[in-house]
Design a protein around this ligand. Structure first.
Ligand SMILES: C[S@@+](CC[C@H](N)C(=O)[O-])C[C@H]1O[C@@H](n2cnc3c(N)ncnc32)[C@H](O)[C@@H]1O
Length: 341
């Protein structure tokens, strides 16, 4: 079995690890992932890294591990010339970069590896060095106990997500979910291409837009017509299938969906129109079993940590699979939970 790697962002390591693990669960194959700091070494029969880079909001880089050693001195001697020729053609332009994963940054060592390995690959393959726009990126990961030489790709999704933040959408409202967290939540709920995804508190459609970008059909419900019109404008921009319904999440006019991804109202930006936010969640939980056609970890909720979402989930008779926290500012810690249906 080939070994692959994924290097996650440091914003929220636990959330990023959960995102990778859930995405890997979409593969039925035997697999093993071992974490060392922000690095996952993944061993499995098929290459999951294209999928991880396309789907995960919190994966920065991923690729194939070409060679693993306990010593930096052996890199150029022990990787065969054939290995380089298979991976880098004469027409390619390549870069060699290094990253210290769980050790102090040793700039001298990094520069030495980049220089020696770069010269070696150039000699063996005849390819040119291009540090800015390489067609092949070689990444040497320096860990406390070993060195991994990898063929790596950098996430393009993360830049796309930054361009889709609420402030950059056609319609904006402060209650809207930011695109990175919306994407992570969709992934945690296991959203797949062709699924029907419901956000019963959809507001201006932050979550709906990310589910739609993944390839789901989306259904949004909200009390506020003004926000629903905003969601329609945002979804029209993507050009996807959607249903938008003005209604109360406590009386869902929906029979069957595959996933529910939502953040009920909390904080100052969104109104509950007099209801207690946690009551709205409890009322939703009373109905999810009959609405959710798919079973498994297919409900993801996000709220203020003071709402104690996991408490309500357990009281409703469901199992909390993951409970993750995210500090927004000193007054707001978000809690993200996934629920087994
Ligand atoms: C935090 S915002 C949702 C943000 C949205 N999920 C997103 O992805 O951008 C909460 C929303 O719940 C709506 N809301 C409040 N009470 C509701 C109810 N009983 N039924 C449906 N929507 C409700 C508010 O109008 C507000 O748009």
């Amino acid at each position: 079995m080939t070994a692959y790697f994924a290097y996650i962002s440091g914003e929220n390591v636990e959330l990023a690890k959960a995102e990778v693990e859930v995405l890997l669960n979409q593969y039925p194959d035997d697999k093993e992932s071992i974490w060392q700091g922000r690095l996952a070494k993944i061993t499995m029969p098929v290459n999951p890294t294209g999928f991880l880079l396309e789907r995960a909001a919190l994966v920065q880089m991923a690729g194939t591990i070409l060679y693993e050693s306990d010593s930096v001195d052996k890199i150029t001697q022990e990787i065969s010339d054939d290995e380089w020729v298979v991976n880098i053609t004469k027409q390619d332009e390549f870069s060699v970069k290094t990253l210290c994963v769980d050790v102090d940054n040793d700039l001298g060592m990094r520069l030495q590896i980049e220089k020696v390995l770069g010269a070696h690959i150039k000699k063996v393959t005849g390819a040119r060095v291009n540090l800015r726009y390489p067609s092949v990126q070689i990444l040497v990961l320096i860990l406390s106990n070993r060195i991994l030489v990898c063929k790596s790709s950098t996430s393009r999704l993360r830049a796309l997500l930054r361009n889709r933040e609420p402030g950059k959408k056609t319609f904006f409202h402060p209650s809207m979910m930011n695109s990175t967290l919306a994407r992570v939540m969709c992934n945690l709920a296991g959203v797949r291409v062709g699924d029907v995804v419901l956000d019963p508190f959809c507001g201006g459609g932050g979550i709906l837009c990310e589910a739609a970008h993944i390839g789901a059909s989306v259904v949004g419900i909200d009390l506020s017509w003004k926000l629903l019109v905003g969601a329609i404008r945002n979804l029209n921009e993507i050009g996807v299938k959607y249903s938008i319904i003005q209604g109360d999440a406590q009386h869902l006019p929906i029979k069957s969906v595959n996933r529910i991804v939502t953040d009920p109202p909390y904080g100052r930006a969104s109104s509950t129109r007099g209801s207690r936010a946690i009551k709205l969640v409890e009322s939703l939980l009373e109905n999810v079993d009959s609405i959710l056609e798919s079973k498994g970890e297919c409900l993801c909720l996000c709220g203020d940590s003071e709402m104690k979402l996991s408490h309500s989930v357990k009281n409703a008779g469901f199992t909390v699979v993951r409970q993750l926290r995210m500090k927004v500012h000193s007054g707001l810690i978000r809690e993200i939970v996934t629920v087994q249906i």
